[in-house]
Design a protein around this ligand. Structure first.
Ligand SMILES: Cc1ncc(COP(=O)(O)O)c(C=O)c1O
Length: 323
């Protein structure tokens, strides 16, 4: 039995789904959605706040501020509420409406930056807002997940170490990249402790995290419109880029089996399933993928037919009906 006294305490439910049954794919899915923030982002949120407290950056009147497409916002709202701190989440219209409501329900302020910057980047516009607000209000503390080493260290010390412990014979690990915190933490851990493990980074088509041209993306979490400073593109063995429509199809196939997962999980699973099939792995191969969150937050987006029809080619829905 696990008993906690604060919502920000790191729970590792250590739930892995063997996808052989649901998808016919020899892949273990590490499900990160079973904590009070509902996502993998509780680890970096807790670690970044702890590091800022250790460094004396946070005092009793401090206001935490962060730019987030959603899940880090929820996680920081949980951590801030548990510690009695104020929190301002700066997001943009791509944030799921349900996620913004969640952040507010946790007592945080939500600022939606409605216009991208001159280059079309919402991220740049969000960061600009954060800088302005910090300049106006000295109580504001920007944790800056995009450059904060505590972001990737949280995964080096926890996510990766837990996977290594559970899978002593791990061959291949699939990790999605948004800020790159999960990817870099896992990549550095396995390069140092288990260099034989093959590390596959997964990105969305339209993201520039690993080169490529920017394009429209609608699923929050994975990808970036400008390269993320934390990412060392030389660390993964391979990078797989997945079209969002394919991620939606995978999510819906899994939902039909009762596994309601978030959009980035669908992206990572799509990449992993394709890779494992192309490489014709046998039963002795051990592969793990990280599923950053569950699907309830996406009920009005990737699980909504009208939203899918509006955002992707009509064949996405047609092919779903044929599955
Ligand atoms: C749903 C989801 N998937 C993936 C990621 C990417 O994680 P990271 O920022 O560690 O690269 C995030 C980050 O917010 C996320 O919310």
């Amino acid at each position: 039995m696990t008993v906690i006294s604060g919502a920000d305490e790191l729970l590792d439910a250590e739930v892995y789904v063997d996808l052989r049954e649901a998808l016919g794919t020899p892949l273990y899915l590490k499900c990160e959605g079973f904590n009070f923030a509902g996502s993998v982002k509780l680890r970096p949120a807790a670690q970044m706040v702890a590091a800022a407290q250790r460094e004396g950056l946070i005092g009793p009147g401090s206001v935490l501020i962060e730019s987030s497409s959603g899940n880090l916002g929820v996680a920081l709202a949980v951590v801030a509420a548990a510690k009695g701190l104020r929190f301002v989440c700066v997001t943009d219209p791509k944030c799921n409406p349900a996620t913004a409501r969640l952040i507010k329900a946790l007592g945080a302020e939500v600022v939606t930056v409605c216009r991208p910057d001159a280059t079309g980047s919402y991220l740049a516009a969000r960061k600009e807002y954060v800088r302005r607000r910090c300049a106006q209000d000295p109580a504001c503390v920007w944790l800056n997940q995009y450059e904060n080493p505590a972001n990737w260290l949280a995964h080096y010390e926890n996510t990766a170490a837990l996977i290594a412990k559970q899978f002593p014979t791990l061959d291949t690990l699939f990790i999605g990249a948004g800020t790159g915190g999960t990817l870099m933490g896992c990549a550095r851990y396995f390069r140092e402790h288990r260099p034989r493990v093959r590390l596959i980074a997964v990105d969305s088509e339209g993201s520039v995290n690993f080169a490529g041209a920017p394009g429209p993306r609608h699923i929050p979490g994975l990808g970036a419109s400008s390269p993320m400073p934390l990412i060392d593109a030389d660390l993964p063995d391979e990078v797989i880029r997945v079209p969002e429509a394919e991620a939606v199809r995978t999510c819906r196939r899994l939902a039909a089996k009762g596994l309601l997962l978030g959009g980035s999980s669908g992206t990572v699973i799509s990449a992993a399933a394709g890779w494992l099939e192309r490489h014709g792995v046998d039963r002795s191969h051990t592969a793990v993928a990280i599923a950053p969150d569950l699907g309830e937050r996406y009920i009005d987006t990737i699980y909504d037919d009208a939203w899918v029809a509006e955002h992707y080619h009509h064949t996405t829905l047609d092919s779903l009906e044929r599955q």
